[in-house]
Design a protein around this ligand. Sequence first.
Ligand SMILES: C[S@@+](CC[C@H](N)C(=O)[O-])C[C@H]1O[C@@H](n2cnc3c(N)ncnc32)[C@H](O)[C@@H]1O
Length: 251
Amino acid sequence: MKTFNVYQFNADPRLPTPLRQTLLETFEVCNEVLASFYVEVSNEVLAFARSRGLKNIVELGAGHAPLTRLLVDNPESHGLNFVICDLIPAVEQYQELELKYPGRVTALTESVDFSTTRAWPPSTLLVLCAAIHHVPTQKRPALVHALSLSADSVMVFAPVRKTWLSVLLAMAIIFPAIALPILLWKKPGRLRRVLWCWLVPVIPLIALWDGFGGSLRQWNEREWREVLAREAGEQREPFLKHWGNRQLVAW
Ligand SMILES: C[S@@+](CC[C@H](N)C(=O)[O-])C[C@H]1O[C@@H](n2cnc3c(N)ncnc32)[C@H](O)[C@@H]1O
C-alpha cells in the first residue's frame, strides 16, 4: 500500500484535481502576484543558461508552468528551447504553451518523476522551482545524484529557507489562501475556490502546513555543500546564493 507523504499533497494522485488546482493557484498568487519570485527565478535561469551556453531548459515539477510561461515570453530567451513536465502534468496548460510557441516549447504529457535518472539531451539545464521540499530529506541525496547524471546543469530554487523568520513568513500564506477567491475572482474556477477556500477551508490549512514544513525541510548551505560534494561529481562547481527568504542552488 502506498503511504501518504504529508509533504507531498500536490504530487499525490489521490488528491482530487480541483483541490490540487486550487493549491497550485495559491502558490502562484504568492510567487507571482504578491511577490516577484518567478520573475527573479526566470532572470537567474536566463543569465545562467547564457553564461554556460546551454540550449535547452527543462522545467521539472512544473505544476501549471508559470515559470516556463515567463521564460518563453521573455525576449532574452530567444534561441532557447523549453520542456515542461511534472509527476502530474497539467496537460491543458502545457499544450496551450506548446501551441503558442511551436518548436520552442515541448509539453510532456506523460508523468515525469524528477527523482529518477533520465538522459536529457546535451546542453540541457534542469530547473526545479519550489518543488524539492516534497522529496523526503533522506531520499534527497539520491535525487541530487539522479539529477547530476541526467543533464549538464541543474538549478534548484526555493521561495523559503530553513530559518525561523522564513518559517513565520511562509506560514503567512494562510492569508492569501483565504483571500484566493477574491484575488482570482475574474478567473474561471470561482466556485471551486469558494468551496475549497471558504465553505470547506481545506486549502488554507494545507497551504499553512506546506509553508511550515516546506521551510523546515529546506537544507542550509552547509547541508547542500556536503550533499553536492558526495553526489554531484567532482567536475561540478556548485553555486549557492540566497536573497531574502529565497534560495538558489546550481551545479
Ligand atoms: C509547489 S508545486 C510548484 C510548481 C511549480 N514549479 C511552481 O513553481 O509553480 C510542486 C510541484 O512539484 C511536483 N512534484 C513533486 N514531486 C515530484 C516528483 N518526484 N517528480 C516530478 N514532479 C514532482 C508536484 O506535482 C507539483 O506540481
